[in-house]
Design a binder for this molecule. Structure first.
Ligand code: HEM
Length: 244
C-alpha cells in the first residue's frame, strides 16, 4: 500500500530532527564503522598511556607507587575516566558485534571457499582476538584493580603508606601461571591492535595514496611497541631483573 501524503510528511519531519538523524546515521554500516574506528583509537590511546605509565616499574617502587597514588588521589577524574572508558568499550564491542552479524547475514549462501590470500592473520581473527581480549581485560581487572585473586597482598602499603602497586605487580609476575596468562594476553592484544589501528585510519578516510604505506605500517608498529613494553615488564620481573 502507498503511504499517504500525511504519513510521508510526518516521516520527513522526524527525519529532520538532529538526534534522529544522528542515530539514523549510526545505524548505517558506515556510521558504525566510523564509531568503531574512533572508539578503537581511543582505547588504543589508553593502552599506550597505560603501558608508558607501567614502565615506571623500572624506576622502582617509589616511582610506580607515587604514580598510582597520583591517579587515585583524583577520584573525580579517575571515576570520570573509568566511566568514559567503560562506555567506549561498550560502544566498541556492541557496534562491532552488530556489524559482524550484519556482514555474515549479507554474505551469499554457499560461500565455502575462503580467499584469504591477501588477508593477514590479524585481520582474519579480529572477532576471535577481540573476544579473547575482553576475557583478558576482565581477568586483569579482577586480578590487579579489584585484587580478588590475592586480597591480602592487594591491600598492602609501602613504607610511605601508599598502596604497594609495585609489590603487587612483582608478586604477580613471580607466578609462572600469571606470566603465561599475561604473555598470552599480549599476543592477543598485539594481533588485535595491529590490524585495528591500520583499518581505523583507513575507515576515517586518512588513507591517502602518499600516506598509504605509513598508515598500513602504523598499526603493526604501535602494536609492537605496546607489546614489547608490556612483555619487558612481565619478563624483567619473571627473570628477577626487577624485584621487591
Ligand atoms: C604488563 C602489562 C600490564 C600491567 C603490569 C598492568 C598493570 C595494571 C595495574 C597495576 C592496574 C591497577 C592500577 C591501580 O589499581 O591503581 C591496572 C589497571 C588496568 N589495566 Fe592494566 N596492566 C597491564 C596491561 C594491560 C592491558 C594490556 C590492558 C588493556 C588491554 C590493561 C587495562 C587495564 C584497565 C582497563 C585497568 C583499570 C584502570 C582503572 O583502575 O581505572 N592493562 N593495570
Amino acid at each position: 500500500m502507498e503511504p499517504s501524503g500525511v504519513q510521508v510528511k510526518k516521516a520527513a519531519r522526524f527525519d529532520s530532527l538532529p538526534m534522529i538523524r544522528f542515530f539514523g546515521h549510526i545505524l548505517t554500516s558506515l556510521g558504525s564503522k566510523v564509531l568503531i574506528a574512533l572508539s578503537g583509537l581511543g582505547l588504543a590511546g589508553f593502552v599506550v598511556f597505560h603501558m608508558l605509565g607501567n614502565l615506571q616499574v623500572f624506576e622502582g617502587q617509589d616511582a610506580l607507587n607515587a604514580y598510582a597514588a597520583f591517579l587515585r588521589d583524583m577520584p573525580m577524574a579517575l571515576w570520570s575516566a573509568r566511566v568514559a572508558l567503560l562506555a567506549i568499550v561498550g560502544l566498541h564491542i556492541g557496534l562491532s558485534v552488530r556489524l559482524a552479524i550484519q556482514n555474515r547475514r549479507a554474505r551469499p549462501a554457499g560461500y565455502v571457499v575462503h580467499h584469504y590470500r591477501r588477508a593477514s592473520l590479524a585481520s582474519r581473527t579480529m572477532a576471535l582476538t577481540g573476544s579473547l581480549l575482553v576475557l583478558f581485560i576482565v581477568f586483569h581487572l579482577v586480578h590487579l584493580t579489584a585484587g580478588w585473586l590475592d586480597p591480602e597482598f592487594h591491600n598492602r602499603v609501602d613504607l610511605r603508606g601508599q598502596r604497594d602497586v609495585f609489590g603487587n605487580i612483582v608478586h604477580a609476575f613471580q607466578n609462572p601461571l600469571l606470566v603465561a596468562i599475561y604473555l598470552a594476553g599480549q599476543a592477543v592484544l598485539g594481533l588485535h591492535l595491529s590490524h585495528a589501528l591500520s583499518s581505523s585510519l583507513q575507515t576515517l578516510g586518512l588513507e591517502h595514496p602518499m600516506l598509504d604505506r605509513l598508515f598500513r605500517g602504523a598499526g603493526p608498529l604501535v602494536a609492537l611497541l605496546v607489546v614489547v613494553g608490556n612483555v619487558a615488564i612481565i619478563l624483567a620481573i619473571a627473570f628477577g631483573l626487577v624485584h621487591a
